[in-house]
Ligand binder design. Structure first.
Ligand code: FSX
Ligand code: SF4
Ligand code: F3S
Length: 397
């Protein structure tokens, strides 16, 4: 009986995968015919960079797993990667430090530095493009004119709302960041917020927030894909574009607009120091014996139990390390208002109202998980599988 049930389950899953693969293949064909031609053939680019076929296949396996797709999707991920540099991107800078662009240019998933530069410098990216002043303005106007509803808008940085947005003016005509963001996002196929500043306001919105800085979603009343982090992990940006190429529309998002495949689990759930947490082995102060032994960093302020992100799984700098591996606790940089809510960064949260200390960790985390799951349920139905061409309101419900 159990065997029959499991065979039935296998059949259902296989059928579902086949349907999704077909859908994916049709969408990739469609993107192939709609996207502008590549500046250079992707395979030639890989060859020039010394990336072997074997390394590329290894990367597709890693990326497929990162996107939480089954291995049968590897050829689809490879096809999407081939289309990656053809996606027109308009990259806006609001109030921020450009650390997100910096983080992205350091990525090797894939070695996209030049691919992005080739693409973005053709469209618009204030800090990377050669043009400036009126010339830059013309590049932006041209991109909006040439790719209406077809480009991806990436926003870096928060949008100041106080004084009608005049705390941030851009370009030779002195438009406010709010005006520019509103105009560009209204013409985009989808808007990706890169970093916690554009996602939630972050540093600029920290108390007392005199400029009333806000994330793009709140500032414009827009559904955005929030690649949270300060800076975010580049692989989560790459994965979002690949997802867009494979399926169209937005990925399943949590209640805070973050892709579930990247932000569905807590830092605490994947942490290599977790066995020490469970065994009650904590670093009590910097440089003590426990620090040398790699014990849990909770008592020196790690906010991993309250933070949702895949940092421990995908790591940074070519997968070499991540904050907790390097010896400092997570500061919660993928969560809204973390500068205020996670402070002090090197001490545990001591909130009398919730009991304080590690005794409350799992209770708080459980609450966050419930909120996130509720968000996923609300969004998955509303946003999955929507393409702007099918439905103009795709990104604005
Ligand atoms: Fe914010 Fe990006 Fe933090 Fe900086 O620009 S997410 S301050 S790392 O870089 O916007
Ligand atoms: Fe890892 Fe931090 Fe959790 Fe300790 S508290 S197990 S260091 S995430
Ligand atoms: Fe940020 Fe914590 Fe990851 S500080 S980079 S979410 S480990």
């Amino acid at each position: 009986m159990a065997h029959q049930k499991s065979a039935h389950y296998d059949r259902v899953v296989r059928k579902q995968y086949r349907e999704w693969l077909d859908r994916c293949s049709v969408h990739l064909d469609r993107m192939d015919s709609e996207l502008p031609p590549p500046v250079e053939d992707f395979r030639d680019v890989l060859k020039e960079r010394g990336v072997s076929r074997r390394s590329f296949l290894k990367w597709t396996s890693i990326m497929t797993g990162t996107l939480m797709l089954p291995p049968v999707f590897k050829p689809m991920v490879a096809r999407a990667a081939e289309q990656f540099s053809r996606v027109p991107v308009v990259w806006l800078h609001m109030a921020e430090c450009t650390g997100c662009s910096e983080a992205l240019l350091r990525t090797s998933y894939p070695n996209i530095d030049d691919i992005l530069l080739d693409t973005i410098s053709l469209e618009y990216h204030e800090t990377l493009m050669a043009a400036s002043g009126y010339q830059a303005e013309q590049c932006l106007e041209k991109a909006l004119h040439d790719f209406p509803g077809k480009f991806v808008c990436v926003v870096e940085g928060a949008i100041p709302l106080a004084m009608g947005g005049r705390y941030l003016t851009l370009g030779p005509k002195g438009k406010t960041g709010l005006e520019v963001a509103r105009e560009v996002t209204s013409k985009a196929a989808m808007t990706i917020c890169i970093g916690s500043c554009s996602a939630f306001g972050n540093v600029q919105a920290a108390k007392p927030n005199p400029t009333d800085a806000a994330g793009v979603g709140r500032a414009l009343g827009l559904q955005t894909v929030n690649i949270a982090g300060c800076p975010p992990n580049p692989i989560n940006f790459v994965g979002t574009i690949l997802h867009y190429l494979m399926f169209g529309g937005l990925p399943a998002l949590d209640g805070l607009g973050r892709p579930v495949w990247a932000y569905g689990k807590r830092i605490h759930d994947y942490c290599e120091r977790r066995p020490h947490y469970d065994a009650g082995e904590f670093v009590e102060e910097w440089g003590d014996d426990g620090a040398g032994k790699g014990w849990c960093l909770y008592k020196v302020g790690c906010k991993g139990p309250y933070t949702f992100a895949n940092c421990g799984r995908v790591r940074f700098n070519d997968g070499i390390s991540w904050p907790i591996m390097a010896g400092h606790g997570c500061i919660g940089c993928t969560e809204p208002n973390f500068w205020d809510t996670m402070a002090p960064l090197e001490k545990p949260i001591q909130d009398a109202a919730i009991g304080g200390g590690e005794a409350t960790v799992d209770r708080i985390a459980m609450g966050l998980t419930v909120a996130t799951v509720a968000g996923i349920a609300a969004h998955a139905g509303a946003t999955a599988w929507v393409h702007r061409n099918d439905n103009d309101t795709a990104n604005k419900e």
